[in-house]
Write a protein that binds this ligand. Structure first.
Ligand SMILES: NC(=O)c1ccc[n+]([C@@H]2O[C@H](COP(=O)([O-])OP(=O)(O)OC[C@H]3O[C@@H](n4cnc5c(N)ncnc54)[C@H](OP(=O)(O)O)[C@@H]3O)[C@@H](O)[C@H]2O)c1
Length: 295
């Protein structure tokens, strides 16, 4: 079984337990495993089996969302795994109908926990800013209050551009994570820099480009050949070596293990630079514009 590596999250509550929490925040950081299992677009039995196999292989971080319609399947795997709940980091995200005051976000959270059959989420994210609604700052205020009250361990955002993040910061709030589309050919360096400057950890989704032609790029396959690793491992190593979280999805037990085994080798500074240099500076086909798209 592969041993995970972790990063500390800021602005968290380590006391989360919906039955016993006193509502007092603590200064101790929640630890997030650097590699998590992505679960979209799996649902039902396929999803439960994939998460079960991943937990057996050593994954300790699973990414789900209301919009994926698989919180139930993920929760079944977590509960049925035999792994202690406090050893598994579960991220979920909520849709725009819950953007609003604390009671509204809390209702969304409670519905998600009910579906998942879990007592808490370790990280709960605003899935998309939906700027036309202009309620994402309020949603963040609500998340901070729910974290302080111990109903979630940490809160964050997803698909927030620097301008969206700036408004959250101006409200005196710092999300622990911004989960964004990020891969070597579309690294969104401007978003990453804004995250880092604000003390927000970047989590990369679609981290291996959905297993597409990215993994056939000679700049990547040549490094993989030198290291005796796969192209996906090289790309995932690039993410974690830069301190990013990455959440590759795989339904296949062998590829799941492959994607987790990125902690026993290193890329040289030249190789890191070569991967970073693949950024085309334009959105890839799989990236949606957060000013236009959302749910
Ligand atoms: N916050 C957001 O708005 C947002 C948006 C999109 C996704 N996400 C999250 O991010 C997760 C990952 O993103 P993603 O699913 O878009 O893309 P991804 O993880 O980059 O790629 C997944 C695809 O790559 C294949 N694959 C996995 N490991 C491989 C390997 N080692 N070699 C070759 N192919 C491999 C998978 O197929 P097999 O399953 O057959 O292995 C699957 O088709 C999602 O599952 C979801 O949890 C979040």
């Amino acid at each position: 079984m592969v041993t995970q590596r972790y990063a500390p999250l800021s602005g968290t509550n380590t006391n989360t337990n919906s039955n016993t929490n006193t509502g007092t925040g603590t200064d101790s950081a929640v630890q997030i495993p650097l590699i998590g299992l992505g679960t979209w677009p799996m649902t039902g039995v396929e999803c439960t089996e994939a998460v079960t196999r991943a937990l057996e292989a050593g994954y300790r971080h699973v990414d789900t969302a209301e919009n994926y319609r698989n919180e139930d399947a993920v929760g079944r795997a977590v509960v049925g795994s035999g792994t202690s709940r406090d050893e598994v980091f579960v991220t979920s995200k909520f849709n725009r109908e819950w953007h609003g005051p604390v009671d509204t976000v809390r209702a969304g959270l409670e519905a998600g926990l009910e579906r998942a059959g879990l007592e808490y989420f370790d990280l709960y994210l605003v899935h998309w800013p939906n700027p036309h609604l202009d309620r994402y700052v309020q949603a963040c205020e609500s998340l901070a209050a729910l974290t302080e009250a111990g109903l979630i361990r940490s809160w964050g955002v997803s698909n927030f551009k620097p301008a969206h993040l700036q408004r959250v910061l101006e409200a005196g709030l710092v999300p622990s994570v911004n989960q964004i589309h990020c891969q070597p050919t579309d690294a969104q360096w401007d978003v990453q820099e804004a995250n880092t400057a604000a003390g927000v950890l970047t989590a990369a989704y679609t981290p291996i480009g959905r297993g597409s032609e990215l993994l056939d790029r000679p700049e990547i396959t040549s490094i993989a050949a030198r290291l005796g690793r796969t192209p996906a491992q090289v790309v995932l190593r690039w993410h974690v070596q830069q301190g990013r979280i990455a959440i590759p999805k795989s339904a296949d037990p062998q590829r799941q293990r492959e994607n987790l085994e990125v902690f026993s080798f290193e890329l040289t500074p030249e190789e890191m630079a070569a991967l970073g240099g693949l950024d085309a500076g334009v959105p890839s086909e799989t990236r949606q514009d957060a000013d236009e798209f959302g749910h």
